[in-house]
Ligand binder design. Structure first.
Ligand SMILES: Nc1ncnc2c1ncn2[C@@H]1O[C@H](COP(=O)(O)OP(=O)(O)OP(=O)(O)O)[C@@H](O)[C@H]1O
Length: 259
């Protein structure tokens, strides 16, 4: 596994284990991430959402340590300050259908304890960045699924977070929106640590500075998109693009080695 050198560590995960009764969702994951856009790939059930939930401080580790922005997430006294500096779009994103887009994003600005005088500008900027300013006064129940996803992204970025966690953010976005979303990621990732969990290998190729692949609760790869593509060697099966073929070849090799 290759580990690029990082300047400034925003996320430091050491030997993270998460168990649900008899099932182990994560078994000894190490991760050190600084600013940039970091892709998180893996098959269904690999542990991506579990990792995101632990980083978002909504799920607990069974063992191991998780440090975000130099704060230990198990220390309750640090959580409040930490949550102000996080942005999180969960995979299952709940919302209040009667809220307007603006009310909903404002509500999250309030939850994140943003100074009241900064809220109106920050809310409008977040809504503009996801391309929904013309729908800002529409109730959420009137929006399409892709638009709701964009509202979810707006609430996650309203506080200009230092750590932004996006679980399947591109699900339901149309191609034009996906392109704009990737531009947004690149801008946010200049200063912040952005972690994007996705099934779309294409998102990783275009928008991510590096990729971590999880398989069966373990981190089995960390490197640049080119390095993941190189995993395919001369192989031409297992996908339509070089990175898809690299990803498939990697998983085949890892599984053969663990037999
Ligand atoms: N609350 C829970 N109770 C029991 N098992 C769970 C729970 N949450 C997750 N798991 C199990 O942990 C493992 C990892 O699940 P997780 O949702 O993190 O995977 P994922 O990589 O996000 O999958 P997907 O790509 O399908 O969203 C799976 O085997 C899943 O069944």
């Amino acid at each position: 596994m290759t580990t690029p050198t990082m300047i400034g560590t925003h996320v430091d995960v050491d030997d993270l284990v998460v168990r649900f009764r008899r099932r182990t969702a994560l078994c000894g994951v190490d991760l050190e991430l600084g600013p940039g856009v970091h892709g998180l790939l893996g098959p269904n059930g690999a542990g991506k959402t579990t990792l995101m939930r632990v980083l978002a401080t909504v799920a607990r580790a069974s063992s191991g340590s998780v440090t975000l922005l130099d704060r230990d997430v198990t220390r309750h006294t640090e959580l409040r300050e930490l949550r102000r500096r996080l942005g999180y779009l969960p995979q299952q994103f709940g919302y209040y259908p009667r809220f307007t887009v603006r009310e909903f994003v404002e509500y999250f600005a309030w939850l994140k304890e943003m100074p009241a005088d900064e809220v109106p500008t920050a809310v409008d900027r977040a809504i503009e960045r996801v391309g929904l300013l013309d729908r800002a006064d529409d109730r959420l129940k009137r929006l399409s699924g892709g638009m709701i996803r964009r509202v979810g992204i707006a609430q996650a970025i309203v506080n200009d977070p230092d750590v932004l966690l996006l679980d399947e953010p591109t699900a339901g976005l149309d191609p034009e929106q996906r392109v704009e979303f990737r531009d947004l990621l690149r801008t946010v990732g200049v200063d912040a640590c952005v972690i994007v969990s996705t099934h779309l290998v294409e998102d990783v190729t275009v928008a991510c500075t590096d990729v971590t692949v999880l398989d069966d609760g373990r981190a089995v790869f960390r490197g640049g998109p080119d390095e993941l593509a190189a995993e395919a060697g001369e192989g031409t099966d297992g996908g339509d693009s070089p990175i898809e073929r690299g990803y498939t070849a990697l998983l085949r090799r890892v599984r053969a080695e663990s037999r």
